[in-house]
Write a protein that binds this ligand. Structure first.
Ligand code: CO
Length: 659
């Protein structure tokens, strides 16, 4: 250990006599983005960041990550929140500390490469709305995908952080593809592109401490920009990896406030502050100020999100990540997908198939969106292939990848798979070798036309352009053209605590199970909050044979109650919209096309009455964020179409009928 790490143990306290470090480790906080993205499915609401925002601004973080990654998607889709508004709101509370976002380069904050005009506009609007640091990565580490966004970042006068996605094919750093030389070359490429800092992005938490030491040591020697380390805790190695990286001279590391740390998230900041206290790399952070923020998060915020935390496991680490070198998020996606398809028992086959698919697809890094692309294709292969045919159901995204639309893969794609994927592919059967966005037509003019009269500004249009289906839905909620559904509304702390109390009671056997032969709830039923001594219940009340007569109600939140009680059957709970659809099919003769998996309808490629030939795409179904083009098994005429764009469908729902 070198001299600067020696601590003087004499009487030093947290604040008094604490020497100022010569080379303090800089820290970026991820609580507001990767923290809740990793632990709570990105469901963190802006209103739950505000209570600690000003205190966070006082800590001295190098930056606070507030945006990007999956936030843009989940906010408008699940939280009925305008993603742009979050930036502007948080900026009012966090005035000193720069904001950082995760930008998927030409994929922006979506899952495919977008056209240059959209990419440029997105960066400009992000900067204008308050973004300072653009942490930019490409899933294939193909920096041609940086060529549009980087000049836009620079023109806006903002910080360009270039990422190298860390991945391996062996249990440790090395091998033919992802070795030390690979990372040095990538860092040099980024330096040449004008990177203001360089980030090693270890999304899977597979960077081992001594490998981190080797990489950081050599990067500090070979390139000038500051080196930043982003390492997920998933496998349990990250705190050790941090320490070795710090010894090797890393400039910046990523952490979360402790309630948002560990599991698939990141190391917590507090142990790091204490570990470095009084050393030459002391962060200088006030541990008591951090503790105060934790107290607020624990008591006032986390109860609202607890139910999202997977708690069926004792262990907070996932050793599968060590065994399979794949991101934890990807593994949990695979498990969810298998569950939805009643095939969880085939997980071992999926683990076996995964490295084969990855190799076929050019040994690509596994990070959004490539982790999903490889993951879903793997599941498709396990479920639909047979001994006579491999890659029976190829997703739209794998076709795009084979065409070259995501960029250049680390090693060439298996030519057989590529040929099969590109058979009849709409852009052409011959793959491209140029920068992918060069083959994309500008997207904004069409997007503007599509949402004319609905979008009020460029931010709205960009949201729609990136997420046409859910974006349009959101804009209708935003401008009062459609009522947002119950499930996108925020939960109060009181509601969350009451819910937990009821769950605890149910677990303790103190709640009486409702009788099986209970009558069906009618639209006259009303909900009441009932308080018995200090106990709280939400109770549905309905008078038999008529409109409800209210004899007693605890007046909780009076402005909300009348709205919920309105008898208009806007959305009767007992009859979901889609249950009506299959009925329409019953009398149509022909071959039904069933949903092979649960998902959302993206589009129908044909109308009722159109003729279709065998193998032609009839409907595009989005499942697990991947688009699956479903081919017609027969030639004929489209007799019935049972859903529309944006509808959710269950496995085996009849999507359409060919006769
Ligand atoms: Co991350």
């Amino acid at each position: 250990m070198s001299d600067h790490n020696q601590v003087k143990i004499t009487k030093m306290s947290y604040d008094k006599d604490r020497p100022k470090a010569k080379n303090p480790v800089q820290v970026m906080d991820l609580t507001f983005r990767d923290g809740h993205q990793s632990l709570f499915a990105t469901r963190g609401r802006t209103e739950d960041m505000i209570p600690v925002a000003e205190r966070m601004d006082e800590i001295g973080f190098w930056a606070i990550e507030t945006w990007g990654g999956a936030t843009f998607d989940t906010m408008h889709r699940f939280l009925n929140e305008d993603p742009w508004e979050r930036l502007r709101t948080l900026k009012r509370y966090i005035k000193k500390t720069p904001f950082s976002m995760l930008l998927r380069a030409q994929n922006l904050v979506g899952y495919r490469n977008y056209a240059d005009d959209l990419a440029k506009a997105f960066v400009e609007r992000s900067a204008e709305n308050g973004m300072d640091i653009f942490r930019t990565f490409d899933a294939l580490n193909d920096y041609r995908n940086f060529e549009t966004v980087v000049p836009a970042i620079k023109e806006a006068g903002m910080h360009f952080q270039g990422c190298i996605c860390y991945t391996m094919t062996e249990p440790r750093l090395g091998g033919d593809v992802y070795n030390l030389e690979y990372f040095v070359n990538k860092a040099k490429d980024l330096e040449t592109m004008g990177a203001d800092s360089i980030c090693i992005k270890d999304m899977a938490g597979i960077l081992a401490p001594y490998d981190a030491y080797s990489i950081i040591k050599i990067l500090k020697k070979e390139v000038k920009p500051p080196i930043h380390l982003h390492s997920h805790f998933t496998s349990g190695m990250a705190p050790m990896t941090h320490l070795k990286a710090i010894e090797a001279g890393v400039d910046i590391v990523d952490t979360c406030m402790s309630p948002y740390a560990y599991r698939t998230s990141h190391p917590a900041v507090e142990p790091l502050v204490m570990a470095l206290l009084g050393t030459g790399r002391d962060t200088g952070f006030d541990i008591k100020a951090l503790a105060e923020i934790n107290e607020i998060l624990e008591k006032e915020i986390i109860p609202k999100y607890r139910h999202l935390l997977a708690e069926n496991k004792m262990s907070v680490i996932d050793i599968n990540v060590l065994l399979h070198q794949t991101p934890g998020g990807m593994l949990s996606n695979l498990i969810n997908q298998l569950k939805e398809m009643d095939a969880l028992d085939r997980i071992d086959e999926v683990y076996k198939e995964l490295p084969k698919v990855r190799k076929d697809l050019g040994q690509i890094p596994l990070v959004t969106p490539t982790s999903q692309i490889v993951g879903i294709q793997t599941v498709n292969n396990v479920l639909f292939d047979d001994e006579n045919e491999r890659y029976k159901m190829i997703t739209g995204q794998v076709k795009d990848l084979c065409y070259g639309l995501y960029g250049k893969t680390a090693v060439p794609i298996n030519p057989e798979v590529q040929k099969k994927a590109l058979k009849g592919y709409h852009r052409g059967e011959e793959p491209i070798t140029c920068r992918p966005a060069e083959v994309l037509e500008p997207e904004l003019p069409q997007a503007k036309k599509d949402v004319e009269g609905l979008a009020q500004d460029l931010d709205d249009t960009i949201l729609y352009a990136i997420y046409p289906v859910t974006g349009k839905k959101f804009l209708k909620w935003k401008y009062g053209k459609e009522e947002p559904p119950e499930e996108v509304k925020a939960k109060t702390l009181e509601e969350a605590l009451a819910e937990q109390e009821l769950i605890a009671k149910a677990k303790a056997g103190k709640l009486v199970e409702k009788k099986k032969d209970a009558p069906e709830k009618s639209e006259n039923s009303r909900s009441f909050n009932v308080f018995v001594d200090d106990e709280y219940f939400e109770v549905g009340v309905e008078e038999i044979g008529g409109a409800p007569v209210i004899s007693y109600a605890q007046p909780i939140a009076p402005p909300v109650q009348p709205v919920q009680a309105a008898p208009a059957p806007v959305k009767p709970a007992s009859a979901p919209a889609k249950a009506a659809a299959p009925a329409a099919v019953a009398d149509v003769d022909g071959t039904p096309i069933k949903a092979p998996m649960p998902g959302m309808i993206v589009s129908y490629e044909k109308k009722v009455g159109d003729s279709i030939s065998e193998g032609e795409t009839i409907v595009v179904l989005e499942a697990m964020k991947m688009e699956n083009a479903l081919p017609s098994p027969v030639s004929g005429t489209v007799k019935a179409i049972n859903f529309k764009s944006g509808d959710s469908v269950a496995k085996n729902d009849v999507l359409c009928v060919i006769g």
